[in-house]
Design a binder for this molecule. Structure first.
Ligand code: NAD
Length: 337
């Protein structure tokens, strides 16, 4: 209910179109009467020696303290001597799972109108462990790390998600026929967790076959769980199935119950500062954050207002073929609330 004491959440407006779409979220949340106080943190213009990054220690502490946040896109400044912003967040907050719902938006026509799936990507190891070196001239090596601990953790998250969100099936995506040890261990961990969830159907799908099935009939899938690299690729493929970057939300899950929701897209420098950005992806990320906080009533209300505004077709941003500005589209959503 909305009568509870306000919850404090961290907000990173981010760079480029970030501040414009963050403003849209703040307006919509205020109009819907969401009991949230935003603690805003901007990316610094100087490197913080404590984090070796343009993200300050205080902003990381804010997420650790609040355990919940919403993040706009961040453009990592070019230059040496610092860590990428997204990598800093992932490592410092131990964001081990990336969750992306992909569903067709009613009223916005794409190739498919019955997509309703969730990709869950292991976010800390696999091919992205950063362990690459040259063996001898002309030969390089990259290490793919799979651990029992990280595989069990993401599998547990996937099955728990399926159970608590009324989903029926979890598909583990792999290439264990070739990557026998690494993907083999990943699958073994998924099977172990599957046994604890007899009410959820479990299946294993080889990644190449998965791609073919996704583009032919995405309705075949429910919840997909996979190692880092496969998740990176498949989650973008799925975003493409339902209308692209301007619409796709995500949420990063960390240890100690941290949840940091973020739009999938970047800072869109080509349209920044022009009042043209589509705030839907960040708004839907905000809706994921509300569901995480069990503020389901407001989540549904805002979700419906977004869907209805897009379906009505009167106010749409340029990326969806319309002529509305960010502020006009935002106002239309507020009017639907
Ligand atoms: P991008 O997502 O910023 O832009 C790709 C295209 O999609 C552009 O034409 C852009 O105008 C359009 N677009 C993206 N979001 C939109 C929206 N909400 N509404 C309307 N149009 C939208 O990708 P890019 O150009 O490759 O990257 C730009 C910067 O963003 C880079 O510095 C990159 O490092 C950063 N980036 C950050 C994140 C993140 O913070 N998670 C993710 C991707 C890229």
């Amino acid at each position: 209910s909305s009568s509870t004491t306000p919850i404090t959440a961290t907000m990173f407006p981010g760079d480029g179109i970030g501040p414009e779409i963050a403003e849209s979220v703040k307006q919509v949340f205020t109009t819907a009467g969401v009991p949230i106080n935003w603690e805003e943190h901007y990316v610094s213009t100087e490197i913080d020696p404590r984090t070796q990054s343009f993200l300050t220690w205080e902003s990381l502490e804010s997420v650790r303290r609040n355990k919940v946040g919403l993040k706009g896109p961040m453009a990592t400044p070019i230059g040496k001597g610092h860590r990428s912003l997204n990598l800093t967040l992932r490592k410092e907050l131990n964001l081990y799972a990336n969750v992306r719902p992909c569903y067709s938006l009613p009223g916005y026509k794409t190739r498919y109108d019955d997509v309703n799936l969730i990709t869950i990507r292991e976010n800390t190891e696999g091919e992205y462990s950063g362990l690459e070196h040259q063996v001898v001239r002309g030969v390089v090596e990259s290490l793919k790390i799979i651990t029992r601990q990280a595989s069990l953790r993401v599998a547990e998250y996937a099955f728990h998600y399926a159970k608590t969100h009324g989903r029926e099936r979890v598909s583990a995506i792999h290439k264990a026929n070739i990557m026998q040890k690494t993907d083999g261990l990943f699958l073994k961990c998924c099977r172990e967790v599957a046994e604890k969830y007899p009410e959820i159907t479990y299946e294993e799908v080889v990644i190449d076959n998965c791609c073919m099935m996704l583009v032919k009939n995405p309705a075949l899938f429910d919840v997909l769980v996979m190692p880092n690299l496969y998740g990176d690729i498949i989650s973008d493929l799925c975003a493409g199935l339902v209308g692209g970057l301007g619409l796709t939300p995500s949420c990063n899950i960390g240890e100690d119950g941290v949840a940091l929701a973020e739009a999938v897209h970047g800072s869109a420098p080509d349209i920044a500062g022009k009042n043209l950005a589509n705030p839907t992806a960040l708004l839907l990320s905000g809706v994921m954050m509300l569901r995480h906080l069990k503020l389901n009533e407001q989540a549904e209300q805002i979700h419906s207002a977004i869907i209805n505004t897009i379906a009505e077709g009167k106010y749409r941003t340029a990326d969806l073929g319309g002529t509305s500005t960010t502020t006009e589209f935002t106002k239309a959503i507020c009017d639907h609330l």
